[in-house]
Design a protein around this ligand. Sequence first.
Ligand SMILES: *Cc1c(COP(=O)(O)O)cnc(C)c1O
Length: 360
Amino acid sequence: MIALNIPYLPDFSRYQRYLQSMYQSKWLTNNGPMVRELTERLEEHLGVNNLLLVANGTTALQLCYKALSIEQQAITTPFTFIATANSLDWQGISPVFSDINRESFNLCPTQAVKALNASTNAVVPVHVYGNPCDVAAFEQLGKERDVKVIYDAAQAFGVKVGEQSVLSYGNASVLSFHATKLFHTTEGGAAIFNSNDDYERASAMINFGIDQQTGEIISAGTNAKMSEAHAAMGLAVLDDIAFISECRLNHYALYKHLLGHQVSYPMWHPNSAQNGAYMPIVLASAAQCSAVYNALAKNNIESRRYFSPALNDIAHLSGNNSACDISTDIAGRVLCLPLYVALRPAQIHKICQVVLRALN
Ligand SMILES: *Cc1c(COP(=O)(O)O)cnc(C)c1O
């Protein structure tokens, strides 16, 4: 069997050394030494400030909406993981779906502008598969139309636009450190804020609304803290991040070499490099997509229809939404192939052989 995903496990004795220091300090949570060390190292590695570690990516999204006072409607993409829209819905904010760009599969800024109305508080674009969306256009939209821009960057670890981290755009960006992501802490996530004030407000909110410095209760709050044990995994994985990226990018390159123009791919941002987070392929038709999926399954190879269905086609979210034809079309023809460090080149050869045979 070839699994769709196998989480990266750092050397056990190195992980153990981090856990040992947690045992020695007897400090298990509440902004402990390892959460602080991971915060510093991630800010340095990613080239950002105001990074706040939290329990998971979904919580990080909810925290951003709360810290930035998003309350009514937010425009977002239907072509993403369900957490983007469900996190809005959970906070009592209506997700309004706007269609994607046919080439990049990211939220289309021109369509998003058309969907704006008096109740729109925010735009929540997603860097789908780690591919930066049109950040320049969304910056302009945010300023001109006075709406907040919050990026779901859950899949965009380590991605830059030009020389600058993709996380430095908008009012805030969110990362997921779930076990299956490129960088992980078992479960975990981060919110990155552009303004110090938003960061300070959010820091209190993740700890019941208690101000870090004064100990006073200054706002509404929840418990969204990352624990020391989770940060320990993060530190051990971050030690290997260069190796992880190299492996994934090599696998990605081998897939593209073997599949060539027989399938298509999302068009990447011209000013940004791949991060090797996912291996999406797009087939010519829904029927061809099913044929490839079934052929892989028959050969004990897992693949996933990521992201299908398009979220505007999901019952509890489709209330005030119109059709998003491009999203529905792409969601019907896209497939993600296995991509992770433990995958072997021979397995990629096998997977591509099955894909190509199913096409011909
Ligand atoms: C993984 C993911 C999330 C959710 O992150 P969790 O850490 O699992 O809560 C949200 N949005 C996108 C686009 C994701 O890929």
